[in-house]
Design a binder for this molecule. Structure first.
Ligand SMILES: NC(=O)c1ccc[n+]([C@@H]2O[C@H](COP(=O)([O-])OP(=O)(O)OC[C@H]3O[C@@H](n4cnc5c(N)ncnc54)[C@H](OP(=O)(O)O)[C@@H]3O)[C@@H](O)[C@H]2O)c1
Length: 250
C-alpha cells in the first residue's frame, strides 16, 4: 500500500518510525523544506511544495498513492486545505493526524487571541520582556511593537525577521523540559510568553513553566482546518486506520 505522509511534525516522524521496515506499506514522507537541516527520517522522503491543489492531485495519481495522512502542524492551514481538495479530486482517502489543542489548567493565566496581530495588541503599550515562541516566519507582526524586549527562540536563525532594538535570539528545537524552561524565563526576566496553541508534549513545558512562575501566556488560536476529514490524535491510531484500509488486522 503506497501512502503519502504530509509531515513536518513530531507526529509525522513518529508515524514514519512505526512504518520503517514494513513490507506491506510503502510510505513516502513529504516535508515543506522550511528547515535547512531536518532530522534524518527512516523512510523515503521528498522535500518541497507540490504546486497547489492541482500539483498535489497530479502527484497522487502519478505516484499511485492509495492513502494520504495529513500530519502537518495545526497551523499549516493551506497544506491541509490543499490536501482535502486534492484527495477529493484524485479520490484518495485522507486521514488527518492532529494533536489535540492545549487546554488551560488551574493556575494558568492565558490571554486567548485569534491571530498573531492580536497577540501583538495583547502585549499592550508598556515595554515588557516577551518570550516569543511563535516561529521564525511569524515574527513580522511584532515589529509593530518595538518597545518590548523580545527573547526569540527559533529552530533556524531569525536573520533580520524582527528588526526591533531589543532582541535576544536563541536557536533550539523541541523537545524542551519544564525545569530548563523555568530557568530560561527567570534568567531573562520574562514578563509574558507568546505561543501558538500548537498542542503536543514537546513544547508544552513552556506553558507549565509559565504557570509555575505565575506568568501570563498569550495563546494564539488555531486556524480552521477543512471540515469532514476523519481525524486521529496519535501515530498509533493512524497506523490502525491504515491497517484497516489495507484489510489486515493490526
Ligand atoms: N505553521 C507552523 O506553525 C508549523 C510549525 C511546525 C512545523 N510546521 C511544518 O512546516 C511546514 C510548513 O508549514 P506552513 O505553516 O508554512 O504550511 P502552509 O502555510 O499550510 O503551507 C504552505 C505551502 O507549503 C507547502 N507545504 C506545506 N507543508 C508541506 C509538506 N508537508 N510537504 C510539501 N509541501 C508542503 C505547500 O506548497 P504547495 O502549495 O506548493 O504544495 C503549501 O501550500 C508544514 O509541513 C508543517 O507541518 C509548521
Amino acid at each position: 500500500m503506497r501512502i503519502l505522509i504530509l509531515g513536518g511534525t513530531t507526529e509525522a516522524s513518529a508515524l514514519a518510525a512505526r512504518l520503517a521496515g514494513r513490507s506491506d506499506i510503502s510510505p513516502l514522507l513529504s516535508m515543506a523544506g522550511r528547515t535547512s537541516d531536518p532530522r534524518p527520517m527512516p523512510i523515503p522522503t521528498r522535500i518541497g511544495g507540490f504546486g497547489g491543489v492541482t500539483g498535489l492531485a497530479d502527484f497522487l495519481r502519478q505516484e499511485r498513492i492509495e492513502a494520504v495522512i495529513d500530519a502537518t502542524h495545526p497551523f499549516a492551514a493551506v497544506m491541509s486545505r490543499n490536501a482535502a481538495e486534492a484527495c477529493a479530486q484524485a479520490r484518495v482517502p485522507l486521514l488527518a493526524l492532529r494533536r489535540p489543542a492545549w487546554m488551560p489548567q488551574a493556575g494558568d493565566h492565558w490571554i486567548d487571541v485569534p491571530s498573531m496581530e492580536a497577540a501583538v495588541q495583547a502585549l499592550g503599550e508598556a515595554a515588557r520582556r516577551v518570550f516569543l515562541t511563535v516561529g521564525r516566519l511569524e515574527l513580522a507582526p511584532f515589529t509593530a511593537a518595538p518597545q518590548h524586549t523580545y527573547l526569540v527562540r527559533t529552530i533556524e536563525s531569525i536573520g533580520d525577521a524582527l528588526p526591533v532594538p531589543d532582541v535576544i535570539a536563541i536557536q533550539d528545537r523541541a523537545p524542551f523540559h519544564e525545569d530548563s524552561e523555568r530557568m530560561l524565563m527567570e534568567r531573562e526576566r520574562v514578563d509574558v510568553v507568546v505561543t501558538k496553541n500548537s498542542g503536543g508534549a514537546a513544547t508544552y513545558p513552556k506553558i507549565a513553566a509559565a504557570r509555575s512562575l505565575g506568568l501570563p501566556v498569550v495563546v494564539v488560536a488555531r486556524p480552521e482546518k477543512p471540515p469532514g476529514i476523519e481525524e486521529v490524535a496519535s501515530a498509533d491510531a493512524a497506523l490502525d486506520w491504515l491497517q484497516r484500509r489495507h484489510g489486515r488486522s493490526p
